[in-house]
Design a protein around this ligand. Structure first.
Ligand SMILES: [Fe+2]
Length: 252
């Protein structure tokens, strides 16, 4: 049986605020493999100040070589974490400027953490109209998606949510943890991912976070959120969210 599939991971060295060096990346990759991950769609930040896609492609090839040389069994694909509020983001949809999650309609998109995004439903609608399915990164850490009803609203519009494993285990504080638990219980997450940035303590917190997900949601949910659905996203399939239909606003 194949392993877990991580769609959000800053494993490429020297391209953003993730792995700083090839040695960092190797250590992070080993921690992911020990966790049971077999595939990572590396997701460098696609925004001003971070490396352009050409550099990411070069680093990806180099890292694949290092992993093979070191005998680390981890398959890498190229994704990206696109910034929603970046100038030109919407205009760039459908062009190489907006980097997909490997292939297919999904685009990993991050919102500001602490700034409101009142136009979010409109932005999601505009993305869907262009054939793009926004996969919203770590919603539990974003002010806009902590607001009551907001997460259910954007899922109903077609967006998909990515559970940040670290948020569920309390790595980002009590509000993010509580929000993660609420969204998880409501069946609003499509996938889970690590958003791993650095090797320090990775093995320990990743294990703890995955154990927390297992304890909260059960074995079947772990397999669905961290293997089956992410694999389908990478394969370019559209992900339906039948369970999310039972949540229509309310307290979420
Ligand atoms: Fe990220």
């Amino acid at each position: 049986m194949s392993g877990y599939v991580d769609l959000h991971c800053h494993l490429l060295p020297g391209v953003d605020d993730g792995a700083r060096t090839p040695a960092d990346a190797l250590e992070m990759a080993r921690a992911l493999v020990d966790l049971g991950v077999s595939t990572v769609a590396v997701s460098p930040h696609a925004r001003a100040g971070c490396a352009p896609v050409e550099v990411c492609v070069e680093r990806l090839a180099a890292l694949r070589g290092s992993l093979a040389e070191a005998g680390v069994p981890l398959t890498l694909e190229l994704g990206a974490e696109n910034a929603l509020v970046e100038d030109g983001f919407l205009e760039g949809l459908g062009t190489p400027a907006a980097r997909p999650v490997h292939r297919g309609p999904h685009l990993l998109v991050e919102l500001p953490y602490s700034a409101p995004v009142p136009a979010l439903p409109t932005l999601v609608f505009q993305m869907m109209r262009k054939g793009v399915v926004p996969l919203l990164a770590h919603p539990e850490r974003c002010l806009e998606l902590q607001r009551p009803g907001r997460a259910a609203e954007v899922v109903a519009l077609g967006a998909r949510l990515q559970l940040d494993l670290g948020a569920l285990s309390g790595r980002y504080g009590p509000v993010a943890r509580r929000t993660a638990r609420t969204l998880l219980d409501a069946g609003l997450y499509a996938v889970a991912a690590t958003d791993l940035h650095a090797p320090a303590g990775a093995r320990r917190w990743l294990e703890r976070a995955l154990a927390e997900l297992r304890a909260c949601a059960g074995d079947a949910a772990v397999e669905r959120l961290f293997r089956d659905v992410p694999a389908r996203v990478l394969a370019g399939e559209t992900v339906e969210m039948p369970e999310a239909g039972r949540v229509d606003g309310g307290t979420l």
